[in-house]
Design a protein around this ligand. Structure first.
Ligand code: TYD
Ligand code: MG
Length: 472
């Protein structure tokens, strides 16, 4: 019988190659290729299949299963992202850059749960118990009944957790520091991380404890190394923020038990992470409504409306090539808005530097911000102040038309709640109920520009005439 060759399998993406390589050709990861013997191959499985498997009963989809019970931690922003609370037996991966506040958030969640009488265990593979205690002290959580350990052996951790009362919440900080005897590679490798995650997932499923794994994120935003862990867990949430600003956003990326478009907003304070129930107020704090070149955008982060201020500065350039600098928005999108302003509203920005900034450090990715950007640009160019009590939203098409965007009612409600008096937005089809806020519909970019230019100071209007046409 011919000898069956063993194959080489990438432990990160599962690609199979015929020889060992330092780098997987499929996913580009280094040192992830491991030799797997013929017994692990499909042939062995096929042989098993030939013997016939165990017969099991199929169930109807329509069967009534009770909804997953959830344990709310009491940290509302955290519970919201988790879909209303922790699901017993579920495993969640929380990713984020180092220093963003993952450990802080999770020790706070542990303490909040412990206060409600649940058993919560925090296992740190990165810090000594004394360090974790010191942080809890700073956060004013020292008296909370959280059980701590500084351990990295998954086998020991699982054996310990199986003793005594079942914990409701187990934090593993971080999965990259864990190792198990089940894998033969060195700690820290992809194989180790995957095997450790597998052991912890098995523990969660068999015991009913809810397990949260912390995962470090690489510079390009991926949860380092084992993407496979993302597939194995029930939910993946990412903790994001700009280290120069205080707010942090917890965002559900995948959730088998709840929606993925929820976000939770926190603010990093001297006493840990504080919940921000009203993020718009945070982003609009300190706004100078009297300055030209600023427009408030009624945006959405997931299912949550968030108002943010766009600031534009348009100034004559002293360079051969005018500068376009953007913070918090997409540079290509800005180029497109400028091109449409030039082509369809007669503005000439070829001799102007353009700077665009989203106040507060938020990153906006919605095309719905086009209209706010255009308004801020025109306002800065003409010196015309935009009304301080107006919000803007709408997508701009290449033809200059203002296109409708999703969630308009939610955007309008949020703006009304924060005391805004009107919205400049795409023309809306009349629905039965009156909108929560008067809407000034704009059909195309030229009418937006004409409206703003009409309010420009006369001196700028006359010089502006060379830059853009007067409204006809
Ligand atoms: P940490 O939770 O250790 O981050 P991670 O686990 O994601 O690496 O948070 C570290 C940062 O948070 C650190 O730079 C200091 C800051 N911080 C505060 O500003 N206030 C606080 O009360 C705490 C505990 C941390
Ligand atoms: Mg940490």
């Amino acid at each position: 019988m011919a000898r069956r060759a063993s194959s080489f399998v990438c432990q990160n993406c599962g690609a199979v190659s015929q020889r060992w390589q330092g780098r997987c050709e499929s996913c580009g990861e280094w040192n992830t290729i491991v030799e797997e013997g013929p017994s692990a191959g499909i042939a062995a499985q096929a042989a098993r299949g030939a013997r016939g498997g165990r017969v099991f009963g199929l169930e109807a989809l329509a069967g009534g299963s009770p909804p997953a019970p959830r344990i709310a931690s009491g940290l509302d922003e955290f519970d919201r992202v988790m879909g209303g609370g922790l699901v017993p037996g579920s495993v969640t991966l929380i990713g984020g850059e180092p220093g963003i506040g993952k450990s802080t958030l999770l020790i706070q969640a542990c303490a909040a749960l412990a206060r409600r009488g649940s058993r919560s265990v925090y296992v740190s593979g990165e810090e000594a118990v004394a360090q974790v205690r010191l942080r809890a002290d700073r956060l004013g959580l020292a008296e909370a009944a959280v059980e701590l350990a500084a351990e990295t052996s998954v086998d020991d951790i699982v054996a310990t957790l199986r003793q005594g009362r079942r914990p409701d919440l187990v934090i593993i900080d971080s999965i990259q520091t864990m190792w198990t005897d089940a894998a033969e590679t060195a700690p820290g490798t992809v194989t180790q991380v995957r095997a450790s995650a597998q052991a912890l997932i098995r523990y969660a499923k068999t015991s009913g404890a809810s397990v949260i794994l912390v995962g470090h994120v690489t510079k390009d935003g991926q949860i380092a190394g084992p993407r496979v862990v993302e597939h194995m867990v029930d939910a993946v949430v990412s903790f994001e923020g700009d280290s120069n600003h205080h707010f942090r956003i917890l965002r559900a990326v995948k959730n088998r038990f709840g929606p993925t478009d929820e976000i939770g907003v926190f603010e990093m304070t001297g006493a840990g992470l504080a919940e921000v129930p009203n993020p718009s107020a945070l982003f609009l704090a300190g706004r100078d409504a009297s300055a030209a070149g600023t427009a408030v955008f009624a945006g959405m982060e997931g299912m949550r409306p968030v108002l943010v201020e766009f600031q534009a500065l348009v100034a004559p350039t002293s360079l051969g090539m005018p500068r376009r600098a953007v913070v918090g928005w997409d540079t290509n999108r800005l180029a497109m808005v400028i091109a449409v302003l030039e082509a369809h509203a007669g503005l000439r920005l070829g001799q102007h530097d353009v700077y665009l900034n989203v106040a507060g450090g938020l990153r906006v990715s919605e095309p719905a911000a086009d209209l706010a950007v255009a308004a801020a640009l025109v306002s800065s160019l003409t010196g015309a102040h935009l009304p301080a009590d107006a919000v803007y939203f709408g997508e701009i098409g290449l033809s200059g038309a203002i296109r409708p965007v999703v969630h308009a009612p939610a955007r309008l409600r949020e703006a009304a709640k924060l005391g805004f008096a009107k919205a400049v937005a795409p023309m809306m089809a009349r629905s039965g109920a009156a909108p929560p806020l008067p809407v000034e519909g704009v059909g195309d970019i030229a009418s937006l520009v004409a409206g703003i230019a009409a309010a420009a100071p006369p001196s700028r209007r006359s010089t502006g005439r060379a830059t853009f046409p007067s409204p006809h």
